[in-house]
Ligand binder design. Structure first.
Ligand SMILES: [Zn+2]
Length: 119
C-alpha cells in the first residue's frame, strides 16, 4: 500500500484523491522495488528485445521485433483479451496478433473454453 505510486521511468504518479493508501494499479508492474506504469512497462518489454538484437538488424526487422514484443507483452498481461483488443493496444491488426499468438503457442483463453484441449 502506498499513498501515491510513481512510475520510475516517466515519473507519472497515481493515487486516490482522498489521500488514502491504495494498492498498485493492476496495469502497473513492480520490478525489484521499482514501479512502472503500463506505458513504460510496454516500452521496457519492447526495448529489451531491441537491445538483444545485433547491430546489423535491419530497420524493418527491428520494427517487426518491437511490434511482436509489444504483442507478446499484452498477450502475457491479458491472455483472455480478444485479438482485436490486443491489436488496439499495440496499434496493429488483429491478424498480426493472431500470428504472434500462434507463434507463441498461446491459444486464446476465453471464458467459454476453459477446458484445455487434449494434446
Ligand atoms: Zn511510466
Amino acid at each position: 500500500m502506498a499513498v501515491r505510486w510513481n512510475c520510475d521511468r516517466c515519473k507519472v504518479s497515481v493515487g486516490r484523491l482522498d489521500g488514502e493508501g491504495s494498492a498498485l494499479p493492476g496495469t502497473w508492474t513492480l520490478v525489484d522495488g521499482v514501479t512502472y506504469c503500463l506505458t513504460c512497462s510496454r516500452a521496457r518489454a519492447a526495448d529489451a528485445v531491441l537491445d538483444a538484437l545485433p547491430e546489423t538488424t535491419s530497420r524493418e526487422d527491428r520494427f517487426r521485433f518491437r511490434r511482436n514484443a509489444l504483442i507478446a507483452f499484452e498477450l502475457d498481461r491479458t491472455p483472455a483479451a480478444p485479438d482485436r483488443v490486443i491489436a488496439g493496444a499495440c496499434r496493429t491488426s488483429p491478424k498480426t496478433v493472431a500470428v504472434v499468438r500462434d507463434e507463441l503457442n498461446l491459444p486464446l483463453h476465453t471464458a467459454e473454453s476453459t477446458t484445455p484441449h487434449p494434446v
